[in-house]
Design a protein around this ligand. Structure first.
Ligand SMILES: C[S@@+](CC[C@H](N)C(=O)[O-])C[C@H]1O[C@@H](n2cnc3c(N)ncnc32)[C@H](O)[C@@H]1O
Length: 226
């Protein structure tokens, strides 16, 4: 797995070097605000990395809710596990798997997830369209989906394009993937937020009654790691 291997050595430093506070945190907060999970709800985080979304989700879902977090990189999951243990969160399940082949339906239990999100991760997955479709299919009707990802800055901010391209290249993202378009085309009640000179795009939407079930890739068995 070529792309997640990118984080083998950098996972330990990811939170420090990812420009989280000056650049990327604001969109994470916007996405969780729009997702608005309620106490006791079940949330799926796809490509969770070191778990930078967890604290914001926990504030909403509380101890009776749960987070199921999937990532292909064992090193990123190790950081997520550290975070989870240090905070004493016992409602987080970490799954090491490739999101594009994982049978996510087996993770949802009962009626599926109440909400699913993916932040800065889908643009690393060539099959992002299929992954978004799977996220939708494992979320209950009326549940919400959030996608946060990057593109080339626009307008006056285009002067920052070389820096944005460097950040995406370092992280293994395809800056031209635009995975939020899958939210726009498949969901109801779509909200859009554009930040940092349009470099960061947030889309949320609700799962409609008539969304077709995932046609799916060959499913693999999930491996809980914590
Ligand atoms: C840029 S990091 C973002 C992490 C986190 N979502 C965040 O907002 O900080 C991208 C993450 O996607 C994960 N990833 C890439 N391809 C994946 C795949 N096919 N399945 C699961 N995770 C994947 C990487 O291992 C990495 O942890």
């Amino acid at each position: 797995m070529r792309r997640p291997a990118r984080y083998r050595y950098s996972a330990r430093f990811y939170d420090l070097i990812s420009a989280e506070w000056p650049v990327y945190r604001a969109s994470r907060l916007a996405a969780v605000d729009l997702l608005a999970p309620r106490p006791g709800q079940r949330v799926l985080d796809v490509g969770c990395g070191t778990g930078l979304n967890f604290a914001y989700l926990q504030r909403r879902i509380g101890p009776t809710g749960s987070i199921t977090a999937v990532d292909a990189s064992p090193q990123m999951l190790q950081q997520a596990r550290r975070r989870t243990r240090s905070q004493g969160w016992d409602n987080v399940q970490l799954i090491e798997a490739d999101a594009s082949t994982l049978d996510m339906a087996s993770l949802g239990k009962g009626n599926g997830f109440d909400a699913a999100l993916s932040t800065y991760a889908l643009s690393l997955m060539p099959s992002w369209s299929q992954v978004v479709s799977t996220m939708i299919s494992v979320t209950r009707v009326g549940g919400r989906i959030a996608v946060v990802d990057m593109q080339r800055p626009r307008g006056w901010a285009a002067v920052w394009t070389p820096l944005a391209r460097l950040a995406c290249w370092l992280g293994g993202s395809d800056i031209d993937a635009h995975p939020w378009t899958a939210v726009e085309s498949s969901l109801a009640d779509v909200h859009a937020v554009s930040l940092r000179g349009a470099h960061i795009q947030v889309r949320t939407g609700s799962v409609p009654e008539d969304h077709p079930p995932s046609s799916g890739y060959p499913p693999t068995t999930p491996t809980p790691t914590a």
